[in-house]
Each structure stands twice: as structure tokens, then as C-alpha cells.
Design a protein around this ligand. Structure first.
Ligand code: NI
Length: 138
């Protein structure tokens, strides 16, 4: 008989700068499509990240996942990589990928997914502002 499946969540925050633009577009076209987000000298966001891990309760520990280990994973894979960084300039992940909320949430999901046991389902939600957030996978 299998154990009940439960979702465990861990939240974190990180601060990063970015701008939205395509190198292969003119300044005018970037401004037209991305507006203020294309401002040449970058701008910052206080990102919030909600990581959701779904799995069966381990009958031995009563845990789905040790949240200390999940937190270490998020610290190592996300915070160290992106906190207090310029996503466009400092982070190879976004060298040729526009650092929109959509792209950031997919990048973060894939970084965590690569290090997390396949016995877990993983879903990531990234808050760019109080009102704008992105989720992957859907
Ligand atoms: Ni922005």
C-alpha cells in the first residue's frame, strides 16, 4: 500500500537586475515591445520563489522531503547563482535568453529538477512583483 501524497513547499527570495531586449532588434523595436523593461541601464526586482515538491510520505520519517535539504538545494542552485546578480551580464543562462519571468521560471525549474530525485514532482512559481507571477510546469 502506498503512502498518502503530500505537497511540501519552500519559499525564498532573491534580488536581481535585468533588462528585456533582443540583441538582434533595434533599440526602437526593443522599446516598442518591452517598454520600460528595455531601459538601457537595467532595473531590479525582488523576486519571490515558491518551490512545490510532491511525493509520498516516507513512513519511516513522516516526511515527503527534508525541507532543510530542499532549502540547501534552492540556496545552491538558485540563490548563489542569481541573488544580487545582473541576469543579463552575470548569468550565462541568460546570455542568449531574454530574462522574462517566463524564461526565469523555466530555467529555475530545470536547475532544481536536475538535482531532485525523480520520485518527486516539482512545480515552481516565480513572483516578479506582487501582482505578476509565473508557474512551471503548468
Ligand atoms: Ni523587469
Amino acid at each position: 500500500m502506498s503512502s498518502p501524497k503530500v505537497a511540501a513547499f519552500r519559499k525564498t527570495t532573491f534580488n536581481s537586475a535585468h533588462k528585456l531586449y533582443r540583441k538582434d532588434w533595434s533599440d526602437e523595436k526593443n522599446k516598442e515591445v518591452f517598454g520600460l523593461c528595455a531601459n538601457e541601464h537595467y532595473h531590479g526586482h525582488n523576486y519571490r520563489l515558491d518551490v512545490k515538491v510532491v511525493g509520498e510520505i516516507d513512513p519511516e520519517t513522516g516526511y515527503v522531503i527534508d525541507l532543510k535539504l530542499l532549502n540547501d538545494l534552492i540556496e545552491n542552485e538558485v540563490k548563489e547563482r542569481f541573488d544580487h546578480k545582473n541576469l543579463n551580464l552575470d548569468c550565462p543562462e541568460f546570455k542568449d535568453l531574454n530574462p522574462t519571468g517566463e524564461n526565469i521560471v523555466v530555467v529555475i525549474h530545470n536547475l532544481l529538477r536536475a538535482k531532485l530525485s525523480t520520485k518527486y514532482e516539482l512545480q515552481v512559481r516565480l513572483w516578479e512583483t506582487e501582482r505578476n507571477y509565473f508557474e512551471y510546469p503548468v
